[in-house]
Write a protein that binds this ligand. Structure first.
Ligand SMILES: C[S@@+](CC[C@H](N)C(=O)[O-])C[C@H]1O[C@@H](n2cnc3c(N)ncnc32)[C@H](O)[C@@H]1O
Length: 327
């Protein structure tokens, strides 16, 4: 998957008057801050070159990550998504991904407290058929006077981990209250960010909220119990500019992410999820799974017929039926 052409051309237009050297320098500070998992990330967007380096270097990865995560809702295949509430929206990345995934969207509200970033997001989306009419709210999500209308899908993409720990429970309560159907939280696939996602999972379960993904069960999280971290990946094709900014030759990069989706509507159950790249050998393969019984490794060989064939096509992050197998 690549960025929609409309988004690509808007990004190219935005950076047409800035030197690559300036963007490279700003990107190197930005990526260093990400590595350090800093909480005061809004400082990253004070200067124009910082905002532009984000949209060029990070927007493609967060866009594709959100698209991948949203396939979990699409695979539920029952509920129409007409309204979106995008929290910590930055340049509107998650909303672009929502529009790409659901063709039923009518209303979008984006909350972003960095006004310059919000204005940039608005500008990038000025020719988008739905996003051009979106409602941008340039306020702190923690502002107690903030009034937001409920939405079918509420999403916090790469922003929940920027909320201070002491405010996380309040935000979860607030976001869940604003959710009609699904609430999605996506963060970087680091041990530190997973702790936030796990905190959210625990809070949702304590508050009787149904988890759709990535968990197939509501037992204790085996990854957390084993001091591991639950994360997934998506392959992002690098644009020429992306390569220059990242000073890398490879045509792609693997973006690691952690996430959680909860639901207020009926959802399908499934038995497990693949939590590593399938371990492929000649004539057989092993799937590492997260199940309600904990982590499990299952080997499939050619003699398992259709199930082996299906396992060959599976990938890290997919749902997997151990017993309820249908060809
Ligand atoms: C890493 S960026 C992610 C942007 C976008 N969601 C994406 O996926 O590309 C996090 C954004 O959240 C915003 N943010 C962080 N805390 C916020 C808060 N308390 N209220 C509103 N926006 C916030 C930051 O300004 C920043 O633009």
């Amino acid at each position: 998957m690549t960025l929609p052409q409309l988004l690509m051309s808007s990004l190219e237009k935005e950076i047409s008057n800035i030197s690559i050297q300036k963007l490279q320098k700003a990107y190197s500070v930005l990526s260093n801050n990400y590595r350090l998992n800093r909480k005061d990330m809004d400082q990253n967007f004070t200067l124009e070159e910082q905002r532009l380096s984000y949209i060029v270097a990070r927007m493609p990865s967060t866009y594709e990550t959100v698209c991948k995560v949203l396939t979990e809702i699409n695979s539920e295949n029952s509920e129409e998504i007409e309204s979106i509430l995008d929290i910590g929206a930055g340049p509107g990345t998650a909303s672009w991904a929502c529009c790409e995934t659901f063709d039923t969207i009518k209303n979008i509200t984006l909350v972003e407290y960095n006004a310059d970033m919000a204005l940039l997001g608005k500008k990038i989306a000025q020719n988008h058929p739905i996003l051009k009419n979106a409602n941008w709210i340039m306020q702190d999500i923690l502002n107690s006077k903030l009034e937001l209308t409920k939405a079918d899908l509420v999403i916090a993409s790469y922003s929940f981990n920027e909320i201070e720990d002491k405010n996380k429970e309040h935000i979860l309560k607030f976001l869940l209250d604003k959710t009609n159907k699904y609430l999605v939280i996506v963060d970087p696939g680091t041990p530190e960010s997973f702790k936030s996602i796990h905190f959210a999972r625990k809070w949702f379960l304590e508050n009787n909220t149904k988890i759709v993904a990535p968990c197939s069960h509501s037992q204790k999280c085996p990854a957390f119990e084993q001091q591991d971290w639950c994360h997934f990946y998506t392959r992002v094709q690098r644009t020429q500019l992306h390569k220059i900014l990242k000073e890398g030759e490879k045509g792609y990069e693997d973006e690691k992410f952690s996430y959680i989706i909860v639901s207020k509507v009926a959802t399908n159950s499934y038995e497990s999820r693949i939590i590593r790249h399938p371990d492929i050998h000649s004539g057989h393969l092993k799937l590492n799974l997260c199940t309600s019984e904990g982590f499990e490794t299952i080997t499939y060989s050619k003699k398992n017929g259709a199930k082996y064939k299906k396992a060959r096509k599976s990938d890290w992050g997919d749902r997997w039926e151990i017993n309820n197998f249908e060809e």
